[in-house]
Write a protein that binds this ligand. Structure first.
Ligand code: PMP
Length: 438
């Protein structure tokens, strides 16, 4: 037992045991790792009783341990859990509810268990439909932890422990107007979309031609980048002109997070051929989905059965339905728009006073604050970003950094974050930036 053991030595023991038992490539967040034992709304509670505002969890979308979701999960788990080889009303009802949220012609669902599985299946659909193998993805992008996805994720294969870009992959520049190659220039959307054409042409010259172009609707690992207006329709058109299927990875940004739309691609009136969904879809339960067109689904139905043991089981579908109910009943998309706009405006005010802030961007509750050592050179301030995250943590706010230079502070909280939380965050950020800048 733990009686008589100090909290420090208890934490040390847990850390040591974890290091012994779990794979060493797993990482913990923060210089002093946190032991979180409870979650509620947008808050996490540590073993020592400290409460933290969770500004990074875009999985527990409608709030940690939402009672409606927990109740739906428990009730279905107590009744039955099987798989998609039996008829079940909940599964069909959930597929109907989900596809009703997507624009035509996206009407056919496949259920899987993770964002990675969704993207892997999306690639298989594209390959079956085109008879090709190549993939065009964006620089700095991450699409999942399966072998097939590490191979197309520049964020991984070009990073520590990585490898040369595989022959079936071509990387197009991220449509970043702050740090990218067409910063501040005219018509960035057209120029970045032109690079998608270039990437498909290179692939056709060199390796297997492109089966798919895959792109997040707002770019997460690239550093919370919102593509310039018109990029998605132009890039999708470029990919289709080269015969590729367009996959929108909505694993991070879907389900109302961006506020002004339910899906990220709707912000630019673009419609992909395949959409992949994950993280927020199950509020933390391992559920994910692929939604596509009838034509692509039929091309994939080539005789080989597609089956996923856990994907679309009745418990997962009950959870997915409860998440959709809560989003609707609590008006969380509109809330994300309102609270996100206030946060964005507050961050822009901070940028006026703090030269460390080079750029503030994003939509709804998917925001990024890019820190720079110098606003003219835009030299990334990665160490300052780390220090800021640690300082905010000690004040009860959980944030993290991302982007190719690790200098972008990410903000993507559960959608139930309150207006008063946002005001407290802005005050804390202001004070800590003041301190850093001396
Ligand atoms: N796509 C994107 C954009 C992601 O951010 C992630 C996870 N960070 C994935 C796919 C993979 O999802 P999972 O970890 O659920 O497999």
């Amino acid at each position: 037992g733990d009686a008589g053991v100090s909290p420090e030595s208890r934490a040390r023991r847990l850390l040591d045991e974890r290091a012994r038992r779990l794979g060493p490539s797993l990482r913990l967040s923060y210089r002093e790792p946190l032991e979180i034992i409870r979650g509620e709304g947008a808050y996490l509670v540590a073993r020592d009783g400290r409460r933290f505002l969770d500004l990074v969890n875009n999985v527990c979308h409608v709030g940690h341990c939402h009672p409606r979701v927990v109740e739906a999960l428990a009730a279905q788990a107590a009744r039955l859990n099987t798989n998609t080889r039996y008829l079940h009303e909940t599964v069909v009802e959930y597929a109907r509810r989900l596809t009703d949220l997507l624009p035509d012609p996206l009407e056919v669902c496949y259920f899987v268990c993770s964002g990675s599985e969704a993207n892997d299946l999306a690639l298989r659909l594209a390959r079956a439909a085109t008879g090709r193998r190549g993939v065009v993805a964006l620089e700095g992008a991450y699409h999942g932890n399966l072998g097939s996805l590490v191979e197309i994720s520049h964020y991984k294969f070009a990073g520590p422990g990585g490898f040369e870009c595989p022959p079936h992959v071509e990387v197009a520049p991220a449509p970043d107007v702050y740090r990218g190659r067409y910063r501040d220039g005219a018509e960035p959307a057209r120029r970045y979309a032109g690079d998608v054409t270039v990437a498909t042409a290179r692939l056709a010259d060199r390796g297997p031609p492109a089966a798919a172009f895959i792109c997040e609707s707002l770019l997460g690992c690239c550093g919370q980048v919102e593509p310039p207006p018109g990029y998605l329709p132009a890039a999708y058109a470029a990919a289709r002109a080269a015969g590729a299927v367009v996959i929108a990875d909505e694993v991070q940004v879907g389900f109302g997070r961006v506020g002004d739309a339910f899906w990220g691609f709707e912000l630019q009136d673009a419609v992909p051929d395949v959409v992949t969904l994950g993280k927020p879809i199950g509020n933390g339960h391992p559920l994910a989905a692929v939604v596509t067109t009838r034509a692509l689904a039929e091309a994939f139905d080539n005789g080989m059965e597609s089956f996923n043991t856990y994907g679309g089981n009745p418990v997962s579908c009950a959870v997915g339905l409860a998440v959709l109910d809560v989003l609707e009943e609590e008006g969380l998309q509109a809330h994300a728009a309102r609270v996100g706009d206030r946060l964005l405006a507050g961050l822009r005010q901070l940028a006026e006073r703090h030269p460390l802030i080079g750029d503030v961007r994003g939509r709804g509750l998917f925001l990024g604050v890019e820190l720079v050592e110098d606003r003219t050179t835009r030299r990334p301030a990665a160490a300052a970003a780390d220090d800021l995250v640690e300082a905010l943590k000690s004040r009860g706010f959980l944030l993290s950094t991302d982007g190719p230079a690790h200098n972008v502070v990410k903000i993507k909280p559960p959608l139930v974050i309150g207006p008063e939380d946002v005001e407290r965050l802005l005050v804390a950020l202001d004070e800590e930036l003041e301190r850093t800048e001396g």
